[in-house]
Design a protein around this ligand. Sequence first.
Ligand code: NAD
Ligand code: UDP
Length: 315
Amino acid sequence: MRILLTGAAGFVGSHLADRLVADGHIVVGVDNLSTGRLSNLAQLARSASFELVEADASEPLAIGGPLDWVMHFASPASPIQYAKDPIGTLRANAEGTRHLLELARDRGAAFFLASTSEVYGDPLEHPQSESYWGNVNPIGPRSMYNEGKRYAETMTTAFHAMLSAPVRISRIFNTYGARMERDDGRVVSNFIVQALSDRPMTIYGDGSQTRSFQYVDDLVEGVVRMMAADFSSPVNLGNPVEHSMLELARMVSTLVGSQSGIEYQPLPTEDPTRRRPDISLARELLGWEPMVQLEQGLRRTIDAFRSEGEWPTHA
Ligand code: NAD
Ligand code: UDP
């Protein structure tokens, strides 16, 4: 198949591009390199099955040739990145999703949306299943991202009937692995960088808030299985094993073997208190569940960060 993939130079997009090319597909990556980097795609540089178009996915794209899938993964994804560019984040998810759905409609292609567990906001239901509508502040500090993704889901659902090919909506929970940006403020990359450079690990709040971390290879497998399934409503893709940030800090510190202490910092406003996916639907529909345990995935990620060498003086 020939697949258009936005956000291809990012953390998740580059791993997905690797997998799609390895599976024998042709991938046309689109990225404006705002939070991604070309080095994430170095392994594909000589592949005849991959090309990168540097463009803004919020604008209509002039991509020639047939397309079987349009996959929309372009969006700032970490709290500091989307807070830095609120309008760009809204545009990538609102205008970008609309233009890409129109492209899919015009080419007879299927459409895949990378949505997020953030659509559940600070959830009042735990764990979160796809039937939960969420607890989201439309003008809160995360609203450019979570409302942008909610709108993207709505737009995708509204277009569904107008497309000749199917749509897919994945609600992705916190994902980690090699190629995460070291300084985009996400907790896994922050803790690894801090531990590797023997600086205090910054815990926001008292560290009792929870997340459920999924290794990137598990996510990619889930995405590929969703493409092959026959289901157009949202599907959670995440690891249901939940940890507090204090537990995560201790685990990273032990795995790195660092002397880093802990430095408590203020909890950002409206930071979700807990998050864990109910993946019953993905299990039933895709026969999928995460295979990589947190300790194993962290070891791989720490090794990847180590092999990249020098450390920044901030995290
Ligand atoms: P990332 O920042 O590493 O990758 C995003 C990529 O999109 C970058 O390469 C960036 O340059 C590109 N991009 C951003 N805006 C663009 C635009 N307007 N036009 C073209 N390219 C643009 O983030 P990621 O973690 O790889 O996230 C990828 C997707 O997965 C996002 O849609 C994100 O919302 C979703 N997601 C990620 C996670 C996670 O834990 N990593 C969780 C939920 C959802
Ligand atoms: N966090 C933390 N220390 C850090 C970075 C983040 O304690 O150095 C916390 C953050 O407040 C949140 C959790 O870790 O409660 C996950 O943050 P991240 O930005 O990785 O993901 P998200 O909040 O988008 O789920």
